[in-house]
Design a protein around this ligand. Sequence first.
Ligand code: TPP
Length: 373
Amino acid sequence: MKADELLNKIEGMGIKVIAGVPDSTLKQFCDGLQTYKGGLEHYVTANEGAAVGLAVGTFLASGRPACVYMQNSGIGNIVNPLASLANDDVYGIPMLFITGWRGEPGTKDEPQHVFQGKITCKMFETLDVPYAVVDKDTLPAQWDEILNRAKTYLDRNLQFAIIVKKGTFEPDREFVWQNGNTLNREMVLGRLLQIIPRKAYIVSTTGKISRELYEQSNAQFGNHDNIFMTVGGMGHASMIAFGVAKERRDRTIFCIDGDGAALMHMGAFAFIASQAPENFYHIVINNQAHESVGAMPTGCQSVNFAEVAKAAGYAYTERITDEAGLKRLEKEIVDIKGPALYEIMVSLDSRKDLGRPKETAKQNRDVFMKNFK
Ligand SMILES: Cc1ncc(C[n+]2csc(CCOP(=O)(O)OP(=O)(O)O)c2C)c(N)n1
């Protein structure tokens, strides 16, 4: 299936709005969406639950269902607005879900996808959302049958989900863009590891930031013992780091976040500022995109995280765009009291041969926890 063909069919169902968060399984679909010439309005929302909210409002004001796309990790974020708002027992709001299936049972995937992959269909069943599973062998007539079935649910103000297996979408037009930033993310992460005291703890975010830190730390120090990688639970790294920081006031804690992840649960900014942990340093690596899953723009590209953190009440904030800024950070950081936030603007490159953690998640947990014994 090509993205354009499906987008055309979705439009044919009377849908005019599509919103969601990008996913690697849906990479070709997302690329197609970004360059689609048809009449769909497209929004990349801060999280998947927010896309459901947008779909609810769209229906209220237009009477038309919207389409919500996401990785299956995002099902957690849609549970509340779906179960307590859109479900037929409450307001009865129709919407079509397109969900990338990471961790499909029987396939090999990363630890964070295994359990979520196993419960994906069950979660839709529990949420009263009928679904169909598609893959690269789903024939055009079968797609049509699935979309016709979906329409019968939407017409009754119910929801329907299409669960998409890896490889379903054919590559078509790749969406390529650059953000104009010059610092390279992996170089910045390597530098940060030199700047951050070895006795500090690091909590890093979901995606390639953790993978790059892992490789850089192994290369520089032969281990990654002081790094907790938030491999799943996107958007929660800063609260995990806060949890560590409040337990260990005698140590400094660095949260190395992504802009997409920071946006996902931005309430953490206000919470952390209000708690004012002096040992907390928040670094947001901002490439204005979800680079780890195909570099689609976040949809909120002009957000200035340093200004947001300042307004939330962080004790110190700064936006860094160049080498001179990194040098400043190197000098300043020793004297600055937290909570501090440095936003570092980076370009959209990453290595093709970037590895993944070799240990299990539990082994990584145990190595990190040894620091506290
Ligand atoms: C709840 C949830 N939604 C979507 C994903 C898929 N996902 C993994 S990494 C990532 C992008 C992260 O973007 P950002 O934080 O900006 O970091 P970058 O990849 O750009 O370095 C996404 C969308 C996920 N893991 N969890």
